[in-house]
Structures are given as C-alpha cells and as structure tokens.
Design a protein around this ligand. Structure first.
Ligand code: AMP
Ligand code: MG
Length: 327
C-alpha cells in the first residue's frame, strides 16, 4: 500500500538524484592508496584534480613496485637475488639488478663495509622477522659470516660472481628505497606533479604540496606516537633506519634487524638514522650504513657526501645532525 502510493515519487527522487550525481564534476584533490609490498605497508598519495589520471598513475606505481619485489626478493625463488644466492659460479643478471648491486657496492666501500649486501645467511640465522627469532651461537655466526664483505661479489658487465658459493645476498637495506624511486618515476611519467610514496619509512616526495614543501614528521625511536623533528622538504627522499622497526627482546636486551658485518650481531650504537638525499635507494643504503657505523663515523660519512643530510639518534638518545639539515 505504502509502496504503491509512493513508488512514483520514489522513482522521481531516484531519477533526480541520479541526474544530480551524474552532473556533479568529479572533484578530488588526491588519490590515496596502500598495499603490502616487500613485507611493508606502502602508502602512495597522488595530488591533482583528475581522479582517473591519478588513479591510473597510482596503480601503475604499485605495479612497478610489485615487479621489483619479484626481481629482488630473497623469498621468491625465481628472483635475480635468489638465483644469485643459489649460484655456484658466475651468473648473468638483469642490468637493473646489476645497477642496484653496483650502487650498494659503492656505499659498501664508502662505509668501510658497514653496508653489506652479503649478510643473507646472518639474516636467516636470526630470523628476526619470522615467528621464532633466536640468538645464534658464536659458531653459527662465524660460519654465516664466512666469505661475506665488500669484496664478496665481483661484477663484470652483467655477470656477477661470488667469492664463495655459500654467500647469500640480501638487498633488504636498499631494495625498498629503489622501489620507491621507481614508483615516483612512474608517477611523474604519468603526469603526476605532486605525490608522496612511503614504504615503511622509506619516503620520496614528488614536487611539493600545493606549491609548498611537505612537512615530514620523523618518528621518535622510543615514543610510539612522538616525533623527533619535522622536516620541510620537496623533491627529496627521506629514509629512516631504526632499531624499533623489527626486533625481539630477550633478558631485557633488544635484538633488531640491522647487523654489524664485523660481528653478525645487531649494531649497537644507534636507535635510528634518517637520511635526506635526492634518491631513496641511495638514502636507504646510507641510512643502514650510518646506523652500523654509529653517530660519530656515521655523521662523518653523511657530512662528507654532497647533497646528503641526516639525523642520527645514538644509543643513549643523543641527537646528531648534519650541518645543512632543512628543518
Ligand atoms: P634498513 O631498514 O634499510 O636499515 O634495512 C635493514 C635490512 O637490511 C635488514 O632487514 C636486512 O635485510 C638488511 N641488512 C641488515 N644489516 C645490514 C647491513 N649491515 N648492510 C646492508 N643490509 C643490511
Ligand atoms: Mg636501508
């Protein structure tokens, strides 16, 4: 009865409503999306007024990061990195992987080996990111460290050779940054002028936000909701390595995921390191390197590089900054 009487009115309302919705311009100021890639929550925000274009660009950026996960992950058997870890002799890899290995090797040399892409066996031993992490024995550690270091990989053209077949490669300290760089390139190529890509603290900024620099809050390593500083930046990468990201505790001691290649144990001198640079891959590797080197040598490394700034929190909570940090 009720429906019968009001059905025509309802129809008119639906129709008018439909027209109103259809006529309204698609007005957005950004598209914001997250996905789980490389074991990390990746957040992409693209600003502009064409929702369709932004949406397509963000999809393409996530697609690019997923492609790189397949190329670089040590958990995917067909990846370049798994094939290299399994290889006994030299192996031909994609020029993209080789380029990234070369960038890593450069940071390795600059940091006297603090940045080390051959700690795959050490990482597996600690299993920090797995269900049952544990403290390895000294014998296990020395076996896992055998043959590792800056000279463990030799690159000639696209052929990469390991000094020992057992050496396992892990790009966990640089791959996320590289994927962030590539995502930003894809966004820019799709015509996006303003965006942020954040892969669990590996951030790169495309342009500014409405003509102004972005305000990037840097996580306090010991206060879950606290900020250490706020940086005003545009067109930069800002990457943080911290002992609070992945860790377990035993007998009051914290065991985290950034290892000192000299001992195979978690590096002890820092709580966190933030690096600001042009590219996220470079900043990623440098942040890991400086974390291992500690506040003094780490700050020295960052200060000595052109166009690189940084912020280090020492194990005692003391703050160290490079002279040109844009706060
Ligand atoms: P990040 O969060 O960028 O500092 O990278 C930490 C990840 O890099 C770890 O989860 C390991 O996969 C890897 N890693 C640990 N220690 C080192 C090191 N000394 N040099 C290079 N990569 C490392
Ligand atoms: Mg890193």
């Amino acid at each position: 009865m009720f429906l019968k009487r009001f059905f025509p009115v309802l129809l008119v309302l639906l129709f008018v409503g439909g027209v109103v919705v259809w006529r309204q311009p698609q007005s957005v100021d950004r598209v914001s999306r997250t996905a789980l890639i490389m074991g990390t929550v990746v957040d992409i925000q693209a600003y502009g007024d064409d929702e369709k274009q932004l949406s397509r660009a963000v999809d393409a950026a996530f697609g690019e990061m997923t492609r790189l996960e397949r190329l670089l992950s040590r958990h995917i058997p067909e990846s370049d990195i798994s094939r290299l870890s399994e290889a006994v002799g030299g192996i031909e890899l994609s020029s993209e992987t080789v380029g990234l290995l070369e960038m890593g090797q450069k940071v390795s040399r600059q940091s006297s080996g603090a940045f080390d892409m051959t700690l795959g066996a050490v990482k597996k031993l600690w299993n920090i990111e797995g269900e049952n992490p544990r403290i390895p024995t000294a014998a296990e550690l020395s076996e896992a460290l055998a043959g590792t270091g800056p000279s463990a990989l030799t690159i000639a053209g696209n052929k990469v050779t390991k000094t020992r077949p057992e050496v396992a490669v892990d790009l966990g300290g640089i791959a996320k940054g590289y994927a962030v760089d590539r995502a930003v390139n894809v966004l820019a190529q799709a015509g996006v002028a303003s965006a942020t890509v954040n892969a669990g603290g590996d951030i790169r900024l495309l342009g500014g936000k409405k003509g102004e620099p972005w305000r990037i809050g840097i996580q306090h390593p010991r206060q879950a909701d606290g900020l250490l500083v706020t940086l005003r930046l545009q067109d930069r990468a800002v990457v943080t390595s911290g002992d609070y990201e992945r860790f377990f505790e035993q007998n009051g001691q914290r065991y985290h995921h950034i290892f000192d290649p000299a001992t195979g144990k978690p590096a002890r001198q820092c709580q966190s390191v933030t690096v600001v640079a042009a590219g996220a891959a470079h900043a990623d590797a440098l942040a890991t390197a400086a974390f291992v080197l500690g506040p003094v040598a780490g700050l020295n490394l960052l200060e000595g590089l052109p166009d690189v700034e940084g912020l280090i929190v020492g194990a005692d909570g003391r703050l160290f900054k490079t002279s040109g940090l844009p706060e």
